[in-house]
Design a protein around this ligand. Structure first.
Ligand code: BDR
Ligand code: CA
Length: 312
């Protein structure tokens, strides 16, 4: 089977953890490594979480710690959604292996350089590491097949009225990525708000009955509670794995190829993704924007991965 070689850059995070499991356990993906970026929690916390999820789900790939602040230096954790540890809701095992001795951006460069084929970068946190990689290793750009990111929105935001969290955290980094002229796919709130953790999803997890499915249930129960409190969404959207799912089966989303720019200023709109749905700007299309999700197909992929990881 042809596999897509992927480096996953993430800030675990409940939905990032699920993206790790999907990337590690779907046969269409060759997960080369995991890098962390500050976002849902400060960098030390999300890195520890990445290592703990590797221990929990028996994921054995190199993990390296990336950027601790956005390009312009800010950090603001999403404790209201992900809790104090950035991954509250269930006890997680201690790490079973150590971090790579090199940093996250260097690990991305190493994995991209050493792989015989072009590599796809999937980002499920702020785009800081990806932008730094593009700036620091311009000679490796031709080895990048595709960048898929969870972030942005063609409508409204979730961190501010117009900005989605990952883009809002580091708009300058997102701007670098959107101007890269590489093939880009944006999985924003339009599509991830269709990946809802419903009662049926919880029932399927319960039926699985593995230690892993029980831990996942604990994590997602916490996530559902905070989403209900903050957004009045008792069935929370599992954003990040959608960015892996589009690589497994492109038919899982319906997309439009349009011009997208990042609002870097704006009195109220910094960090907004300006998606030119009706091509009013005349701007060159640069991003494939996922807009509709085949939710049953998505959940079959996601839950199959949890099931497989649970018996590994
Ligand atoms: C994004 O922000 C984070 O809280 C999630 O992990 C996801 O990547 C959703 O806006
Ligand atoms: Ca994330």
């Amino acid at each position: 089977m042809k596999k897509t070689p992927v480096v996953l850059d993430c800030d675990p995070g409940h939905d990032d953890a699920m993206a790790m499991i999907l990337a590690a356990y779907n046969p269409h993906i060759e997960l080369l490594g995991i890098t962390t970026v500050s976002g849902n929690g400060i960098i030390d916390k999300v890195t520890e979480n990445a290592l703990r999820i590797c221990a929990l789900a028996n994921i054995r790939v190199p993990v390296a710690q990336g950027a601790g602040t956005a390009i312009l230096g800010s950090v603001e954790a999403a404790t209201d959604i992900h809790g104090e540890t950035a991954l509250d809701g269930a006890p997680l095992p201690a790490p079973i292996f150590e971090l790579e001795k090199i940093g996250g951006v260097e690990l991305i460069a190493k994995l991209v350089k050493e792989h015989p084929e072009k590599v796809t970068l999937v980002a499920t946190g702020p785009l800081t590491n990806i932008a730094l990689f593009l700036k620091m290793y311009p000679e490796l750009k031709s080895k990048v097949a595709h960048i898929v990111f969870m972030g942005g929105s063609a409508s409204r935001g979730n961190r501010t009225p117009y900005a989605e969290f990952n883009i809002w955290m580091d708009p300058e980094a997102a701007d670098v990525v959107l101007k890269s002229e590489l093939p880009l796919t944006m999985c924003g709130l339009d599509v991830t708000h269709q990946a809802l953790v419903t009662k049926e999803v919880f029932a399927r997890l319960e039926k699985m009955g593995t230690e892993l499915s029980k831990t996942v249930t604990g994590l997602l129960t916490f996530f559902a509670k905070t989403y209900d409190e903050v957004f009045e969404m008792p069935e929370p959207p599992l954003h990040d794995p959608v960015a892996i799912a589009v690589l497994i089966d492109a038919s899982v989303t319906k997309n439009r190829f349009v011009n997208v720019e990042i609002e870097l200023n704006g009195t109220y709109t910094r960090g907004a993704t300006v998606v030119d749905t009706y091509n009013r700007s005349g701007g060159k299309p640069n991003v494939t924007v996922a807009l509709d999700l085949d939710a049953p197909k998505f959940w079959n992929m996601m839950l199959e991965a949890v099931e497989k990881a649970g018996v590994s």
